[in-house]
Design a protein around this ligand. Structure first.
Ligand code: ZN
Length: 322
């Protein structure tokens, strides 16, 4: 507030008289404002209290989960968590939820990175994808209004993580907006492999021309070469992809892509390093077309992204038998 920035008064408030110049009267103004401040604060507090329970504002799934975590930890009989005041104050330290996916590991791969635009040289480096060499990573696309695919993919991945963790899964993200660029596609595959993931989903949105609409799942082709050998993952990845497609369609109301996959929402590709180098069941999901205004209106909506995350989490849960 502006009056807080004012220089200190030249004299104490007790020396004020109506005859003094304006700057000498300012302490009186400050006193009046100071008297008002508790009223303002009380009003603000009242507003917060009234808004709290009745608020319909959308709340991120992670926030709900975090808010409920201490209670569930206590309910689970975690003596350490319930006895320690610091554990109660730090929900992220609470024990993971127990549920149908306890003991399962899911790797979620948020496609691209918002920093890739600024690191062209690094992401253009060629990496070995077994069958070929390919760029480390790409920038991804954006909507016509500039919402980045990399922002979208990370947001949806956070929502999926919260939903799966609530069912007891261990969820690993290949990155969490915590590095300036990348990771490279070979490292993204390696993270899934090293985590011994039961399922891996790479989250994307497409950049096709306007009028092309809908989602599609990309399944690994059978490839062999160098470090790439998908023989063991082609079957389970198709199962994962089919469950993902049907649950995604149900949860979002979106249709399978009208521009590829012959209306099945499924496409097989042999040129993606993230799939070729995976030794774990893995698919890519292109959630919609960022360059189509109707699809973009969905992709930019937090409510729609929550539905998308629900569809993805349900598909993974079905695949894992949870
Ligand atoms: Zn992408």
């Amino acid at each position: 507030m502006r009056y807080d920035d004012s220089p200190p008064p030249p004299e104490s408030a007790s020396s004020i008289s109506p005859d003094r110049p304006w700057f000498a009267r300012r302490p009186a103004l400050a006193v009046a404002l100071a008297a008002l401040a508790p009223t303002c604060l009380a009003g603000w507090v009242l507003t917060q209290v009234l808004a709290g329970p009745a608020s319909n504002a959308p709340q991120p799934a992670g926030a709900k989960l975090a808010a409920s975590a201490p209670a569930s930890a206590a309910a689970a009989g975690d003596a350490k968590a319930s006895a320690s005041p610091s554990a109660a104050a730090a929900p992220q330290a609470a024990a993971p939820a127990k549920g149908p996916l306890t003991g399962r590991t899911v790797v979620i791969d948020p496609g691209h990175n918002t920093g890739n635009f600024k690191h062209g040289r690094e992401i253009d480096q060629q990496v070995d994808i077994g069958t070929n060499r390919k760029e480390c990573d790409t920038t991804g696309t954006t909507t016509n209004s500039g919402y980045m695919e990399a922002e979208f993919s990370l947001d949806v991945s956070h929502r999926v993580r919260a939903l799966l963790e609530a069912k007891g899964a261990k969820v690993v993200l290949t990155h969490d907006g915590d590095r300036p660029w990348g990771p490279c596609i070979d490292e993204r595959a390696r993270i899934g492999n090293q985590a011994a993931a039961d399922a891996v989903v790479s989250v994307h949105a497409d950049g096709a021309s306007a009028g092309n609409r809908g989602f599609h799942v990309i399944l690994p082709a059978r490839v062999k070469g160098g470090a790439a050998d998908t023989a063991k993952i082609v079957g389970p990845s198709r199962d994962l992809g089919e469950r993902l497609a049907s649950n995604f369609a149900r949860a979002t109301g979106s249709s399978p892509a009208n521009y590829l996959g012959s209306g099945t929402g499924l496409v097989v590709r042999d040129d993606l390093g993230g799939l070729n180098l995976s030794t774990r069941p893995k698919v890519f999901l292109e959630c919609g077309n960022m360059r189509d205004d109707k699809d973009a209106a969905q992709l930019t909506s937090p409510e729609w992204r929550q539905k998308a995350a629900q569809g993805i989490a349900d598909g993974i849960t079905g695949f894992l038998g949870g």
